[in-house]
Write a protein that binds this ligand. Structure first.
Ligand code: ADP
Ligand code: MG
Length: 322
């Protein structure tokens, strides 16, 4: 039974790569790191009912389990190559596995990412994916390089995923004209887009970079700590989708954008003189990018409201909603 599941996963995720000397099927994978490149690795676990709502479709779980990991590679400026998958399932359910593998491979394929091995066990539903990618030596982006005077930018829009979770937990009844806006927000929760091309383009440009998984304030706080700086952001500049602004009042929309988790956008700092170049590079890649603030002396994040007064914020990110 388990063997058939693994075979199915192997078929559905097949991705030929010359650097995979031995993939799924032996006791371990054998992989060739391209000469002159550094290996960048990350792992993240998704637990049923904790990292995705119970009842999330298998195809969405498969996408998201890979997406959150690719987002970590994107934040380092790495180009993905390989993944390992540890799957813990309550039972050997081929329908779950087919859906999961389809979602996983739909995201893996355009990035030429090969699933090279894993483990399959029985237990409460939980998924760990480990990803491996490459950067030129010394060029990985980190949280540590932000400098006073840098500008702070984010990709995409903020708060959609948290609003999508809120929408899921507060279902509408009957035909509601707002359904398609809610679907957009829920898709942002279930199918985050890892900003890999943007991350790679930021190598040699950004001084510090992080992906937003726990909320803008919490994750920018990590840049502050690692870089030994403060950050000031302007609430009025935060990029927010029209779906978010149409469905939620200003207070909720701001709250989601500052503290909501699961957006998987990149937040980074660049020297002011590189702003125009970075904006045009990312736009050319089809990735929206917005300046939201600047790096200052200090040790934490402050948010200036639209009335110019500092907002009372904390840095607990999405835990704020618990
Ligand atoms: P072993 O007992 O030697 O660890 P397994 O039966 O666990 O062997 O796995 C057999 C092969 O299938 C290995 O190559 C392993 O990497 C791969 N594999 C097992 N589970 C998965 C999975 N969920 N996804 C991808 N590959 C898997
Ligand atoms: Mg094993």
């Amino acid at each position: 039974m388990e063997f058939r599941l693994i075979e199915r996963i192997r078929e559905l995720t097949a991705q030929p790569r010359d650097d995979v000397r031995i993939g799924i099927g032996d006791d371990a994978a054998v992989l060739a790191v391209p000469p002159g490149q550094e290996l960048v690795v990350a792992i993240d676990t998704l637990v049923d009912g904790v990292h995705f709502p119970r009842g999330t479709a298998p195809v969405d779980i498969g996408w998201k389990a890979l997406a959150v990991n690719l987002s970590d590679l994107a934040a380092m400026g790495a180009t993905p190559a390989w993944a390992l998958l540890a799957l813990t399932l309550p039972d050997a359910d081929p329908i779950f596995v087919d859906g999961f593998a389809e979602g996983f491979s739909r995201l893996a394929q355009p990035h030429r990412l090969a699933l090279v091995g894993g483990d399959t066990t029985r237990g409460p539903l939980s998924i760990s994916v480990a990803v491996h990618g490459f950067v030129p030596p010394g060029q990985a982006l980190t949280r540590a390089g932000a400098r006073v005077g840098d500008l702070v930018l984010v990709t995409g829009t903020l708060g959609d995923a948290a609003a999508g979770l809120h929408a899921l937990q507060n279902p509408l009844h009957g035909d509601d004209p707002r359904a398609s806006l809610r679907d957009f927000l829920i898709a942002r929760l279930n199918r985050p887009t890892p900003r890999l091309a943007a991350g790679a383009a930021l190598r040699g440009q950004a001084n510090a970079c992080i992906d937003i998984s726990d909320g803008l304030l919490a994750d920018l706080g990590h840049i502050c700590t690692a870089s030994g700086v403060g950050v000031e952001i302007e609430a009025a500049l935060l990029p927010r989708s029209s779906a978010l602004l149409d469905l939620y009042d200003e207070t909720s929309a701001l709250h989601f954008a500052l503290s909501g988790g699961d957006d998987y956008e990149l937040c980074f700092s660049v020297p002011a003189q590189r702003l125009a170049e970075v904006q045009s590079d990312l736009s050319r890649l089809g990735c929206g990018v917005t300046k939201i603030g600047r790096v200052v002396e200090g040790d934490s994040v402050r948010v200036r409201g639209t009335d110019n007064a500092w907002l009372a914020t904390d840095h607990r990110g999405w835990e704020h909603f618990a």
